[in-house]
Design a protein around this ligand. Structure first.
Ligand SMILES: [Zn+2]
Length: 384
């Protein structure tokens, strides 16, 4: 859910940033070497004299590697294109060592669309594979060995990419298709649980095969599938719970913030007293933003009595007590403030931070377990 670290942007598609992870730059020369040696061996087997490989085999290997990553990008763009057409939202595309990741922040509404969104990626890879084979066939036989071989090679890689992604190992595409199909029958939470379970089983299978064949690449994929399955299952559960709750059921009640004219020294005392890393900032009781412990601490101690909270205030991210907690959490993920200010008719009634969300989910699950009663309401605790 968080923004991708360790990646730099290389372009964009309809305003969606396309990023490359640094690990890819590391692996690119290795892949170029690997593909290059395959090309060289193929040339030897075909009894083609080495001179017939235009340029060096490593350069052609590099071509295959770059072509492979371009293919992965096209695969991801297919997902993104479908998601955007069917009401989804996408935060970014990142190309990584083991393929691409599209950060879909909002899935299409209908589970059928989610399944189809997952399906278009592998289908695109297969079509691309077919295109490469077709192009290879069209390249005239000129004794010039490499272009034809490289295209055939790329075609085969795309077919592998397409078929491998269809394996129902959630969160891989095949697993998403499985979840989409199941969700229509058993609801999103249970479908995700089942798909994640199947995904973890496949991850273990991948790991066994990887160990037996000493395939590091597959071991890495096993790891990603295993942790991804767990992470996504949790995310879906959190969403299902928070969608049912309102902000007022999640927030910590708070009716006063730190006034912007307060000296930093006193603000620090208030933060400690409240045992909070951040507090709302107010101007004549009107909420204007928040102030965070870390930034107060950065001001030299002797200056704190003279300087005011106003200097350090960051603009507030506001939510309403009646809105659903999931949409509030989305706001938090997007704007990344340490806390949200809950405002009713312009007045501060509470704050929500990551701990509040966490506690709400845990408490809700525990109350579902023992079929406990309703939720405490802040209105009842509000001073008269
Ligand atoms: Zn895909």
């Amino acid at each position: 859910m968080q923004s991708r670290r360790g990646a730099f942007q290389v372009g964009s598609f309809r305003g969606i940033p396309i990023r490359i992870h640094y690990s890819l730059l590391l692996v690119l020369p290795l892949l170029a070497l690997m593909f290059g040696s395959v090309i060289q061996r193929a040339a030897q087997t075909a009894e083609q004299p080495a001179e017939l490989i235009g340029g060096t085999s490593i350069l052609w290997g590099l071509g295959v590697a770059v072509g492979l990553f371009a293919s992965v990008l096209i695969h991801e763009l297919a997902h993104v294109f479908y998601a955007l057409r069917h009401g989804g939202k996408v935060r970014g595309i990142t190309l990584m060592i083991v393929g691409g990741i599209s950060e879909v922040s909002e899935l299409p509404q209908r589970s059928r669309d989610e399944a189809l969104m997952a399906l278009v990626g592998p289908l695109t890879s297969m079509a691309l594979g077919g295109l490469c084979f077709g192009a290879a066939w069209l390249v005239p036989e000129s004794g010039f060995f490499s272009p034809r071989f490289v295209l055939t090679y790329l075609g085969a890689l795309n077919l592998v990419l397409g078929f491998f992604n269809l394996v129902p190992a959630f969160p891989m595409d095949g697993g998403r298709i499985l979840r989409g199909v199941l969700a229509g029958r058993m609801g999103m939470v249970r479908a995700t649980r089942v798909a994640a379970g199947v995904g973890r089983a496949f991850a273990l299978l991948f790991l066994l095969v990887a160990l037996a064949t000493l395939n590091f690449f597959l071991a890495f994929i096993a790891f990603l599938v295993f942790t991804g399955a767990q992470g996504e299952a949790r995310q879906v559960l959190i969403r299902a719970v928070l969608e049912k709750l309102r902000v007022e059921e999640v927030m910590s009640p708070r009716f006063h913030g730190v006034e912007v004219d307060t000296p930093l020294e006193e603000a620090l005392r208030e933060l400690r007293r409240a045992r909070r890393l951040a507090l709302p900032a107010t101007e004549q009781d009107r909420p204007v933003g928040w102030v965070v412990l870390g930034e107060v601490m950065q001001v030299p101690e002797q200056e704190r009595p003279r300087r005011a909270v106003r200097e350090l205030v960051r603009p507030a991210v506001e939510v309403a007590p009646g809105q659903d907690a999931w949409s509030a959490m989305q706001r938090m993920v997007e704007a990344q403030p340490p806390l949200l200010l809950v405002l009713e008719e312009g007045r501060l009634v509470g704050t929500v931070d990551a701990n509040d969300f966490n506690a709400a989910v845990m408490l809700h699950l525990s109350s579902e377990e023992d079929r406990g009663g309703g939720w405490p309401r802040w209105r009842q605790e509000r001073p008269a």
